[in-house]
Design a protein around this ligand. Sequence first.
Ligand SMILES: [Zn+2]
Length: 393
Amino acid sequence: MKIKKIFILIILSMLIIPINANAKTLGQLRAEYDALEKQHSSKNDEIKYTESEINAAQTRVNSIYTELDQAEKEIQSITNEISKLNVSILEKDKQTKELMKFFQLSKGESTYLEYIFSAKSITDFIYRVSVTEQLSKYNDELIDEMNKMIDKNNKNIDNLHKKEESLKALQTELSEKLVVLGSKKEKLYDEYASLEEDVKNSKTIIDYYVKAGCSEDQDISSCAKEQLPPGTKFWRPLSAGCITSNFGLRIDPMAGVYRTHAGMDIACRDLSGGKVYPISDGKVVTVNYVDRGGYGKYIIIHHRVNGQNYSSLYGHLQSIYVSEGDIVTKDTNIAYMGSTGKSTGPHLHLNICPGLNSCMSTSDVTNPRNYINFPAFDGIHYSYFYDRTSYYK
Ligand SMILES: [Zn+2]
């Protein structure tokens, strides 16, 4: 029964709330902001974890260097010990051989007999015989023992070499891990920086709609219609084109006398397909659909860029795709370039004015180059551009 009720509620709420994929409320913007914040902070955690992994691996790599050093020293000292033992063995061996030689040579001969029989007593005699035998036996045992020690030492060296090998393998493994972790960290930092930017933008947009007086569940595109959308930069009004006339004094192409050209002329329609865009986000304040001289068909847009008001005018248009009151972004295709009004061929005439005005009066109009990075034009050779991205502000 309960489940059935919930279903009915869901269906009812779907009927009540208009489904519009583009419509967003301030509440939804806040939820998006919270989600971004969460991603941002978890990215930070990820970075911290990766950094601790890097530190641990680096510390282990360093400690392996110490361990390898110690193993090398141990091998060296054992090798020294083996050399000493070898020298001792040689000495003892020589001693024994000499003793044996003495034994054999002296058997039945005077020296041995002399030694034995020069004993002062029978006790001394027995002593002299046994000392000679024991000495030889003792030396043999010593050599045996030393050989055993050499074997043991060699085994130790083998073990140390094995230890060294496995330490070196671990070090290689850790170095490879460090490379992977390093590039992971770099990527995380990039993602973190871009999330930080997203969070900042999201906050600016929320602040804007709060100031515009939007309530939490109101569609922001309708509640902010009275406000100018905030922009941060200016963009070229065409995706490509060529400058055919600068702002300033020039010989009027129609009247043949010197006159101030209030804006900038951009032609080469084929390069851009004639699609005209606003120089920044804004609100369309005037649309003139009638071709009656002057700017012909034109659009005036108001902008708010970095807290300052601006107006822009797009003249000599062939077709217009927006209406007065429309909120446009820099990517809204507002018109198709043409040759209406006082024009000798298809081109866009662009005016930019500080403040909110019609942007027609020569006292308002300023040089578009003050705001947009257009290529230099010498007045004779057309200068071309192929993107909208280059800007001064
Ligand atoms: Zn012009």
